[in-house]
Design a protein around this ligand. Structure first.
Ligand SMILES: C[S@@+](CC[C@H](N)C(=O)[O-])C[C@H]1O[C@@H](n2cnc3c(N)ncnc32)[C@H](O)[C@@H]1O
Length: 236
């Protein structure tokens, strides 16, 4: 996953933002070994009940179930808002991997990107092959649906956790974005997206979420990864 460049990394980010122009329909720096998805793919382990839950819109009369909408007009393919860059700063905890960086200023509440991957059962046998994934999010716990971008996805899979990420003379104190469950008007189904938090994201800044303490706790203890999955990447 590593990619060395001659860029001179700053402590704040990865230097000047560069063009997010896609190459051959793929975002720049997309790994050649990995499928780039412009819509979700579906596990064969999904049951009709899973699919019904996935394709049932949230009840508009329940405040807690009002999902942000990705409109049917939202463009597919490489993002004009963010781009994938190799992490070249040795102080960055994900040095040698990749991260996602803003191409322009992003406003609070703005959708940065949908999160595509393999939609699969969140528990049981159909979840087994995703148990060790670091790219797996809950879409809908009640409906037992998760999405895993380990074997293919879009820009969303490159979002790092804010912990230990260099900023100024120190490290980031908080996330500037978060994963949210969405209603995707293009597919007519639930999904996940990453959205800008209230401080906004400046051009050139790395987009960072909080994977949640559970993610790092599980990792430290080397315990079962099922918890790490998803608990984590979704909630602060
Ligand atoms: C969803 S991926 C993020 C994208 C990843 N950097 C890549 O290039 O594929 C999650 C993985 O990124 C790395 N990572 C993300 N944020 C990190 C952080 N704050 N500290 C250490 N590793 C981090 C860990 O290896 C983690 O398992």
């Amino acid at each position: 996953m590593a990619g060395k460049t001659k860029a001179n990394p700053t402590s704040k980010g990865q230097g000047k933002p560069r063009s997010a122009k896609p190459t051959n329909g793929l975002p720049k720096n997309w790994p050649s070994s990995l499928p780039y998805l412009t819509s979700p793919i579906y596990s064969s382990a999904l049951t009709p009940d899973h699919l019904t839950a996935l394709r049932t819109p949230a009840d508009p009369f329940k405040q807690s179930e009002t999902l942000p909408l990705i409109p049917a007009s939202h463009p597919r393919g490489p993002s004009a808002r963010v781009h994938i860059l190799p992490i070249t700063n040795p102080s960055h905890p994900a040095h040698g991997q990749h991260g996602l960086f803003a191409v322009r200023d992003l406003a609070p509440g703005e959708l940065i990107a949908p999160y595509f991957g393999e939609v699969h059962p969140g528990t049981g046998d159909g979840a087994a092959r995703h148990a060790d994934s670091d790219y797996d999010l809950w879409v809908d716990r009640d409906g037992d649906i998760a999405v895993d971008a380990a074997r293919g996805g879009n820009e969303g899979r490159f979002i790092n956790d804010y912990r230990g990420v260099p900023e100024g003379a120190g490290t980031r104190r908080r996330a500037n974005a978060e994963f949210r469950a969405v209603w995707d008007g293009r597919a007519g189904e639930r999904g996940m997206g990453v959205f800008v938090l209230k401080a906004g994201v400046k051009r050139g800044e790395e987009v960072c979420v909080s994977y949640g303490k559970g993610f790092w706790g599980e990792r430290k203890e080397g315990e079962g990864r099922d918890c790490n999955k998803v608990q984590s990447l979704v909630m602060l």
